[in-house]
Design a protein around this ligand. Structure first.
Ligand SMILES: *[C@@H]1O[C@H](CO)[C@@H](O)[C@H](O)[C@H]1NC(C)=O
Length: 278
């Protein structure tokens, strides 16, 4: 009973202390936040200007600004989205409007201060998403990927062995890419002189020399869409693979140099969007 009383007396003390703490923290740090906010314009500009220097950013006035836009929350997601749909530039306006373009000749650069509208997304209060009448323009880092059309769909069907589950650890090489297509994987493995090309998770291509004993039949369906072309399937999840023969046989001789697989800058996004958080 005495304990309880003690606690009842103590409680308001603790609360008062907490309130004082909050007041002190508020007074001290609000000042800091406000100072940061005031200073942030210059911080932001310098960050933006650094990106502008690298050619990643400009504030632009589009002559034909009748471009369709989709609502995307902020800079990073807009850049990622535009890269995915194979566009060179991401444009942001009015705090949350994102558009993607390929032509670079339609706009005039203006002073970066014209792109001063805060992104609407709450957690991105430090980012600007264009201006009222001007666009923030970012390069997406998109590199046009080569064609992979050595095999048509009938040939692909003939090379396909089926959908299998991996039984044992495999050695070989791999190509993981956000642009994976079936033919690309087979061409890659053929170029690297492997007999089998196996595909999983929509974006993973592995090349192996020997398929015998490594795979077991599975009821699972290989139904993950290819990351590079959602119309087609690129294996199952985890260790469930589409298995293809590449048609390679020893004695095929030297392979001709294939630039498509030597310079893989087209294979992945540069994650530029992730670095644009400020
Ligand atoms: C693509 O990105 C994945 C995941 O980050 C990475 O594992 C892979 O090596 C990259 N592929 C290339 C060709 O750089």
């Amino acid at each position: 009973m005495a304990d309880k009383k003690y606690k009842i007396v103590e409680k308001p003390e603790v609360n008062r202390l907490t309130i004082w703490l909050i007041v002190v923290v508020f007074l001290c740090c609000n000042g800091v936040v406000l100072a940061e906010e005031a200073g942030s314009t210059s911080n932001q500009l310098s960050r933006v200007e650094r990106e502008a220097d690298k050619g990643h950013f400009a504030c632009v006035d589009l002559e034909d600004d009748d471009i369709k836009s989709k609502k995307r929350t902020s800079v990073g997601p807009c850049i990622d989205f535009c890269w995915k749909i194979r566009k060179y530039w991401a444009l942001l306006r009015k705090g949350d409007q994102c558009s993607c373009i390929n032509k670079n000749d339609q706009y005039k650069e203006v002073d970066t201060s014209k792109c001063n509208k805060r992104c609407v997304a709450k957690n991105k209060w430090r980012q600007n998403c264009g201006g009222k009448n001007h666009f923030s323009k970012y390069s997406t880092g998109y590199v046009k990927e080569p064609d992979f059309d050595a095999f048509d769909k009938f040939q692909l069907k003939n090379l396909r062995q089926g959908c299998f589950k991996q039984k044992k650890a495999l050695t070989g090489i791999e190509l993981q890419t956000e642009r994976l297509e079936q033919s690309m994987c087979i061409e890659f493995c053929l170029y690297k002189q492997f007999k089998y090309a196996i595909i999983s998770n929509g974006d993973l291509c592995k090349c192996i020399s020997n398929g015998n004993g490594y795979f077991a039949p599975t009821k699972a369906k290989c139904s993950v869409p290819c990351s590079g072309n959602k119309k087609f399937k690129c294996g199952g999840t985890g260790k469930t693979f589409h298995v293809y023969k590449t048609g390679y046989h020893s004695g095929a001789g030297e392979m001709e140099y294939d630039k498509r697989f030597e310079d893989l800058s087209w294979a992945n996004s540069t994650k530029l969007g992730k670095t644009m958080m400020f």
